[in-house]
Design a protein. Structure first.
Length: 279
């Protein structure tokens, strides 16, 4: 009988913990949430290795959303497949619609801002990352006020670490030009003092056009250019732009377990690549 009581007790605890869970859609936001909730709870990552653009929903995803007390996602712009599940869900908050972030428009392949668009890679801007941390801390503090001091302390520690790392790259020198395979890094530009000089394609899965390659070659601001790209980028395409320094980067922070360390890794690779072409 006592074993049965113990079993039921732990089952209730497990169920209570799951139903109170904080569910976060994508990996970078999950890493921030993990810092804010450290020592209190373990957030649930909804999409795992999937990107927000390419989501395969399963019954487990639906169950996690159903059982959560709070769901944080970026929004329809970044995670359109989640829109039907989350848009009218009172427990779900879209960060891109929250009003707390600095949001930039998407750009054309040649750098012109595109009206009525949103570049959804907001976590790469250090101040945005800090705002997300305090937003999570505030939301969870409202739900669980007994943990408010810890949530806020964690957010403050995260913000100090994030800003300390990002300020290492600040410079008053002239902005340094770079290319990208597709335009996903403009939220890094202020912190690293970069200037976007063009992208090869709107979609990393689609090959660049002959016209765009010609434009980049004809308008290159430096003889040798840094090209930021996914590891899957076609070397046959970007080699047409030689001389280039090819730098593989991953703005999704896939496989990383600490946001500040992941941001620093991405920033350091980018900075090193761009500086190598300034000689």
């Amino acid at each position: 009988m006592s074993r049965l009581i113990v079993f039921v007790f732990f089952s209730m605890l497990s169920t209570w913990g799951w139903t109170q869970s904080l569910v976060v859609s994508t990996h970078p936001i999950y890493l921030i949430a993990k810092e804010v909730t450290a020592g209190i709870e373990e957030p649930v990552l909804l999409l795992g290795d999937q990107t927000g653009h390419d989501v395969q929903l399963t019954p487990a995803h639906r169950k996690a959303i159903q059982d959560a007390s709070l769901v944080l996602w970026l929004g329809k712009v970044h995670e359109a497949p989640l829109d039907k599940l989350l848009n009218q869900n009172p427990k779900a908050i879209a960060l891109l619609d929250s009003g707390i972030l600095t949001i930039l428009p998407q750009r054309s392949l040649r750098g012109a801002a595109l009206a009525n668009t949103v570049d959804s890679h907001v976590w790469l801007e250090p101040n945005n990352a800090v705002r997300i941390a305090f937003f999570i801390a505030t939301l969870r503090s409202q739900q669980y006020p007994e943990n408010k001091a810890k949530y806020m302390a964690n957010a403050k520690e995260f913000s100090q670490q994030m800003l300390q790392v990002s300020q290492q790259y600040e410079s008053s020198n002239k902005a340094k030009p770079y290319w990208s395979y597709h335009d996903a890094y403009q939220y890094l530009e202020r912190a690293l003092n970069l200037k976007f000089a063009g992208a090869l394609t709107d979609d990393p899965h689609i090959a660049p056009t002959v016209a765009q390659i010609k434009f980049l070659k004809d308008s290159r601001p430096k003889t040798q250019m840094c090209l930021l790209a996914e590891t899957s980028a076609s070397s046959g395409q970007y080699q047409k732009l030689n001389p280039v320094v090819f730098q593989p980067v991953d703005e999704s922070m896939r496989g990383q377990d600490n946001f500040v360390a992941a941001w620093k890794k991405l920033a350091s690779k980018t900075d090193k690549c761009v500086l190598s072409t300034q000689k």
